[in-house]
Design a protein around this ligand. Structure first.
Ligand SMILES: [Zn+2]
Length: 118
């Protein structure tokens, strides 16, 4: 990771080293949506082949292997050690990631590396 890639913590808004920690997290969350039509099609095929484990196994081989879920949105952000430990629920973290400022604005406000070296 390069200096230009550093950004503020998406949860607390502070620099990655604000508490003199030398570790932080880079988190990627994918918000998935079930593909109900493919799930119903697969379930129907499993029932057609007798259901249970054998039906599922046959449907796996004979089916069209369509996706049962797809990524609706995906966010990647940095989380400081403090927030990584105390955290919160995934949904609120995802909201923080989605609503954060663009990286360029975030970097101009604070210099996280300098905090560790001083
Ligand atoms: Zn934080």
């Amino acid at each position: 990771m390069k200096r230009r890639e550093l950004e503020k913590c998406c949860i607390c808004g502070k620099g990655m080293a604000h508490d003199n920690a030398i570790t932080f997290y880079r988190v990627t969350i994918e918000h998935m949506v079930l593909h109900l039509k493919n799930i119903q099609r697969r379930h129907g095929l499993e029932l057609f082949f007798g259901g249970g484990q054998p039906g599922a196994a046959l449907a796996e081989v004979m089916g069209d292997d369509g996706d049962i879920a797809a990524c609706a949105t995906k966010e990647t952000a940095l989380v400081c050690q403090d927030c990584g430990i105390t955290g919160g629920c995934l949904a609120s973290i995802f909201e923080s990631m989605a609503n954060r400022k663009p990286a360029e604005e975030s970097k101009q406000i604070e210099a996280p590396i300098a905090e560790v070296n001083e």
